[in-house]
Write a protein that binds this ligand. Structure first.
Ligand code: NAD
Ligand code: UGA
Length: 341
């Protein structure tokens, strides 16, 4: 099976290439602006296509045309960008991605479109897990422009669905729930580095002796999924087109729920255990406005229902402790500064 992974140089993409390229039944083409993470993870046996989809239209089309299935991961996926550059988020995540959808349709290719758990928005007071085909999608007001990412992803999903209904597009939509693993975002060494997702912030704080910030007290809950489990789910989705045809699938681990505050303390404990060092990193509560700027509003809780993927035979294997430990070990082994430096 010829698989074109678009956005293959990102966190999910590079980890997916790493695993799939070792399986002889897949032939992987990895398209991205950058291949740094593919190199960092020592990925092999794939074809790299350096391409900016905003300008290299021909190269994008050739890549789609020569594949059997297209996995589209390209997006701005970092909440601080939703606040700082909302128009760029819509331009890339909706309009540029729609061109990929239309190319798949024009060339009769199967599309696996990456969306997000963020489409569910807030719980609206319900404590039920989010179900792909039942749960209402509850977003905050327009002035809270953090929701522009969720809204763009939702409209992309609706367009993919409509192309399926009206034009016969072959598709599956994936909604990831807060994956953890090697090469997520980037480490922060300076205030000017901006705000990556929470793991990278906390890991940078531990490695480089910077404060850990708990946004609005760190009360929000997330369920974290180890990237290795997620890639196993993608493999099942790739190999089971019929069962996944025109489906939306949550990929998450409902057993791995934790508040951001508890995650911070858990990471401190694991860091001290792994390194044998004492730590005096301040853990500071901060308002969302001070951390992200105006326009932020948080998702209070995100619990996935994973019955659909379980029916295909998927169960995540990494519990929360393993998920955090495996990811932290990768960073400690590579980036722990010498003591006293
Ligand atoms: P990422 O930012 O690490 O990867 C995105 C990749 O897209 C990057 O490598 C980037 O270089 C590439 N890209 C951006 N603009 C491009 C362009 N113009 N041309 C070519 N490539 C371009 O993000 P990720 O965490 O790997 O997420 C991948 C997808 O999964 C995204 O669609 C994201 O919204 C979705 N998602 C991720 C998570 C998660 O937990 N990581 C959760 C929910 C949804
Ligand atoms: C993420 C991003 O939107 C996407 O990568 C993705 O689509 C989606 O979730 C997902 O993974 O399903 P979010 O869960 O808010 O959004 O991601 P983080 O930036 O990692 O934030 C998680 C929580 O930690 C939020 O409550 C945030 O306010 C908090 N946080 C973040 C801190 O308390 N401190 C920090 O230093 C960073």
């Amino acid at each position: 099976m010829k698989v074109a992974i678009l956005g293959a140089g990102g966190f999910i993409g590079a980890n997916t290439v790493k695993l799939l390229s070792t399986i002889p039944s897949y032939q992987i083409t990895a398209l991205d602006i950058t291949d740094e993470k593919l190199s960092a993870l020592n990925c092999r046996d794939f074809t790299y296509v350096k391409c900016d989809i905003r300008s290299d239209h021909k190269l994008l089309e050739q890549t789609v045309e020569s594949a059997d299935v297209v996995l589209d991961l390209i997006a701005h996926a970092n909440p601080s960008l939703y606040i700082a550059k909302p128009l760029d988020v819509v331009q890339l995540n909706l309009f540029e991605n729609l061109k990929i959808v239309e190319l798949c349709l024009a060339h009769g290719k199967r599309l696996i479109q990456f969306s997000s758990s963020e489409v569910y928005g807030m719980t609206g007071g319900s404590d039920k897990p989010f179900k792909e085909d039942e749960t209402k999608l509850t977003l905050g007001p327009v002035a809270r422009h953090r929701w522009i990412y969720s809204c763009a992803k939702q409209l992309l999903e609706r367009m993919v669905h409509a192309y399926g209904l009206s034009e016969g597009l072959r598709y599956t939509i994936v909604r990831p729930f807060n994956f953890f693993g090697p090469e997520i975002d980037y480490l922060v060494t300076d205030e000017r580095d901006g705000n990556p997702r929470v793991f990278s912030h906390f890991m940078s704080a531990l490695l480089f002796n910077r404060p850990m910030y708990l946004v609005d007290g760190g009360r929000s809950l997330r369920t974290f999924t180890y990237i290795g489990d997620a890639v196993e789910a993608f493999r099942l989705i790739l190999d089971n087109e019929e069962a996944c045809a025109q489906q939306i699938l949550n990929v998450g681990n409902p057993a791995n729920e934790i508040s951001i505050r508890d995650l911070a303390y858990m990471m401190v404990e694991i860091y001290c255990e792994y390194t044998g060092r004492d730590l005096d990193v301040p853990i500071i509560e901060i308002s969302a406005e001070a951390f992200y700027g105006p326009g932020y509003e948080d998702c209070d809780r995100r619990l996935p229902d994973i019955a659909k993927l379980a029916d295909l035979g998927w169960q995540p294997r990494y519990d929360l402790t393993d998920t955090v430990r495996h990811t932290m070990r990768y960073y400690i082994e590579r980036y722990l500064p010498e003591e006293g430096s």
